[in-house]
Design a binder for this molecule. Structure first.
Ligand code: FES
Length: 90
């Protein structure tokens, strides 16, 4: 099981390996911004990660989004390790 800790709102949940972070946040009723419904084009689902080592590489859509260090698009990230995340609105 993979542990996801949402900083600032004191929420933690557990997910299966290779599940999609955006879908897991929605399923766990944690607000995550989006206007594209998880298609990887709106850039509203940016999450900030304390640690990025060991994560899957950036997808083509994330590269095009020109993310800053430590940022990922939740809708493009398939979980392979435990994470602590935050957003600008939590
Ligand atoms: S939900 Fe639109 S880019 Fe991720």
């Amino acid at each position: 099981m993979i542990k996801i800790t949402c900083e600032n709102i004191n929420k933690t949940f557990y997910s299966e390996l290779n599940t999609n972070l955006y879908q897991e946040l929605k399923q766990n009723e944690i607000p995550i911004a989006s206007s594209c419904g998880g298609e990887g084009v709106c850039k509203k689902c940016i999450v900030f990660l304390n640690e990025t080592e060991g994560l899957p590489p950036l997808t083509e859509l994330e590269i095009r989004a020109k993310l800053n260090q430590g940022e990922r698009l939740a809708c493009q990230l398939h979980l392979n390790c435990s994470l602590t995340i935050s957003t600008t609105y939590w």
